[in-house]
Design a protein around this ligand. Sequence first.
Ligand code: SF4
Ligand code: SF4
Ligand code: SF4
Length: 377
Amino acid sequence: MDKVLLCNFCADDQYAKISKYLLEARKGKVIEGMRLKAAEIGAEELAVLLPTGSTEEFGPEIMVYHGMESMITANAGAAVEVIKGKLPRPTVPDTEVKLSDKELTVISPEGAYVLVQQKELGSASKVFFINTKNKSEVVEAAVGSKLSEVLEGQSVAVSDRKGILLGGIRGRFVRAGELSEYTIEQNSLYDSITFFEKEDCMVEELKKLAQQIQGTSCGKCVLCREGSLQYMTIVEEMTAGKAKMTDVDLIKEISEIIEIGAYCTFGQKMPQLITTGLDLFKDEVEAHIKKKNCPAGVCSAFASYCILPKQCTGCEECVDECPEDAIEGKKGFIHMINEDFCTKCGKCVDACEEGAIIKVTGARPKLPMKLTKVGKF
Ligand code: SF4
Ligand code: SF4
Ligand code: SF4
């Protein structure tokens, strides 16, 4: 049977856009690697799968397909599904998959790049992403090197970080001290490191990750489909002050089942992201659930605005700024925010030149209960 080799640029993890990087920086090498692989397996036809909307050109020899981006398309069957415009449903690894009636072999851009490196240098590097608050850096690190040394080489400090995520949504949260245990490996799922800072709320970050997990699950198997929905719902409830401690136990219970029973690697690996996050950020999780408090002051459900009575000069400047008419008071009197009407938009804060309006996430300061003259509280 005729054979086709497909290089898939759609399977990036959003924390490690390796295919995108190689397309921009190493396109020629990737094409060369595709040719090497095609010669090795006897494929007569070359093809690429690009994200929908990409206008990248590959010349007359290479067939170009487009499809949705999803890391699930790393599976050959799922890649063919997105080429057909369908959702990326994976097939069992090593099952024979066809594209246009030809036997299909899928290679990642990095896999193709590695073949060229091995031919030219006798060794290969691993494309690795270092994500901090404001930037994403790419390094091509030697396979086998210690991750801690790679970070040192890039002058990336790991101490004082609030959270460290190794790998994307198939990864896990780790402590800084554990990084020395990890080495750069070619086929590792840990192809990125993402740092979170003290101003980040790790429950809010877990919520965003759970939403990404739910959005990535293709829905083929019930454990991953329903489990990812449960994760998202529970962590969303944590940030909204509606979760219970028993929900944390529930997450741990369902995670064990998903890890064993999910159909593909994504489903088997993604629970560890949530469970390691819940363990490492236990104090913050408990503060959200038990104390209804967001220690980082990020989750708006726990925030409120108030006017510091000793700083308010009764100038009335804030009153017109409030779209909800939630600020009460009159000239020369301490102003007050009516929580029944306040939508926590924060617009009034900048209107007060005295800095009297503050956002509070924990206990509120003592406030007047009735209209009080400035200086009399
Ligand atoms: S584990 Fe998740 S992503 Fe994988 S096949 Fe099942 S539903 Fe789809
Ligand atoms: S809160 Fe600020 S802006 Fe509003 S009346 Fe008091 S001093 Fe003026
Ligand atoms: S936070 Fe928004 S709604 Fe609340 S008092 Fe200030 S301006 Fe009004």
